[in-house]
Design a protein around this ligand. Structure first.
Ligand SMILES: *Cc1c(COP(=O)(O)O)cnc(C)c1O
Length: 433
């Protein structure tokens, strides 16, 4: 939310951007990332950290180190590598705990997001005869919807009857917490699980995760948070908010590379005796005795007991590199800068593009993304998007007409926003008939 530290006196013109960059205490972090090259003498304006974050330079070193350890040690690397592979995932814990506001033993890097959603639902979706429905939001990311529908079907339920949707009001984009509360008042006692995002991927809305968790408790439902668009974007306090689980991917704002290893959070209260109610694999076995290959399962401590397979070290390495940068930058400082960057973008859209392009992202509750629609009647939105691309602006398009613009505060600056607006003007003007 905006506070005094995030209010800026925005101005049109390049000077504002230049001065804001000079005053930016986080400006050095930009140098820690690799930007795609210039095209036709135009620098790349990369505003797509919501989809795939840029490569931290340190990631190359960390991956190369593990390749070298593999070459040098072979299988002995599990124990003897500089960062032993057997416990490599633990190197990411502190960083993940800081970003999610969790205790170290409540977070783990493992699998990928949809897999983790299924894994978590296999533990925390516990339907009973009276309470078996799952609630999602109507604009949920397709993978989340598919995951939930298949969980319902696998238990013999009807994915059309037992799936409840929290929708924006007619003609609007934002999800209103009052509407969630009304659903819960009416049918809360039939809902076994709510699976909701921290930040909505399409319109960029930041949901009140604390309130969602509180409502879930009040109505006796389990709640899982999908943090795909929230982690590395907004500060969180998961231990305090206390959802039943959370899961995320690491290739968006976390910059851990395409298909990077995902992660999960399970609160301490669920750690004891949980082993009887979730899917098991050898990596969830207590680390001390895992290699004794006993046929009796003895759970690892904390969330680690949900691990199934040995993790991909080559995928953990870039995550570790990125988390180190987040720890140096600090998520609260990043959030303050992020609100200023999107505030500036919002200002330029209002001042310079009124009647031509507009934000559909809620003003008061957003992450690092502004979802923009082209409303200029003389323009074809898809063509505007393509004209932006041909000027080396990297964004993404979401059907039917949304362009997502996501300045990542770790490596984007105010000049990126200024340049985006300048190139948008060109893209729109070449549209005029
Ligand atoms: C990006 C994203 C996914 C992607 O899932 P993967 O399993 O990592 O391919 C799923 N859900 C949401 C909400 C996302 O934003």
């Amino acid at each position: 939310m905006a506070n005094n530290q995030t209010v800026m006196n925005y101005q049109i013109g390049r000077d504002f951007a230049r001065h804001a960059d000079d005053d930016d205490e986080l400006r050095e972090f930009r140098q820690a990332f690799v930007f795609p090259p210039s095209r036709n003498e135009r620098d790349c304006v990369y505003l797509c950290g919501n989809s795939l974050g840029l490569q931290p330079k340190l990631a190359v070193r960390y991956v190369e180190e593990e390749l070298a350890e593999w070459a040098r040690l072979g299988v002995r690397g599990h124990f003897q590598a500089k960062r032993p592979w057997l416990s490599y995932h633990r190197n990411t814990r502190q960083g993940l705990a800081e970003l999610t506001g969790a205790k170290k033993h409540e977070v783990v890097a493992m699998n990928s997001l949809t897999v983790n959603l299924h894994l978590m639902m296999s533990s925390f979706y516990r339907p009973t005869s009276g309470r078996r429905k799952i609630l999602i939001e109507s604009t949920a990311f397709p993978s989340d919807r598919f995951a939930v529908e298949s969980q319902l079907r696998m238990r013999g339920f009807d994915a059309t009857l037992d799936l409840i949707e929290w929708s924006p009001r007619l003609g609007e984009n934002d999800l209103l917490i009052d509407d969630l509360q009304s659903i819960l008042q009416q049918q809360g006692d039939e809902i076994a699980l709510m699976l909701l995002p921290g930040v909505q991927y399409y319109n960029g809305q930041l949901l009140d995760m604390q309130k969602i968790c509180q409502l879930a408790r009040e109505y006796g439902c389990a709640v899982g948070l999908d943090l795909a668009h929230a982690i590395g974007n907004v500060p969180m306090r998961l231990s305090e908010w206390d959802p039943d689980f959370a899961a995320w991917c690491s290739y968006k704002y976390l910059n851990a590379g395409p298909g990077a290893i995902g992660g999960a959070f399970v609160p301490e209260r669920h750690h004891v005796d949980a082993a009887h109610t979730h899917l098991l694999g050898w990596w969830g076995h207590d680390e001390e005795t895992r290699m004794k290959m006993s046929s009796t399962f003895s759970p690892a401590k904390g969330v680690d007991q949900w691990q199934l397979s040995c993790p991909t070290v080559l995928s953990l390495a870039p995550l570790l590199a990125s988390l180190e940068l987040f720890q140096q930058a600090d998520i609260s400082r990043l959030r303050r800068k992020s609100l200023k960057l999107t505030g500036y973008l919002d200002f330029l859209l209002r001042e310079e593009f009124s009647g031509r392009a507009t934000s559909i992202t809620p003003d008061v509750a957003r992450g690092a993304q502004i979802s923009m629609t082209i409303v200029d009647p003389a323009a074809n939105p898809r063509e505007v998007f393509e004209r932006l691309q041909s000027q080396n602006v990297v964004l993404d398009w979401r059907e039917p007409n949304v362009i997502r613009v996501a300045p990542a505060p770790l490596y984007n600056n105010y000049t990126d926003i200024y340049e985006f607006a300048r190139r948008l003007r060109i893209a729109l003007s070449s549209q005029q008939i």
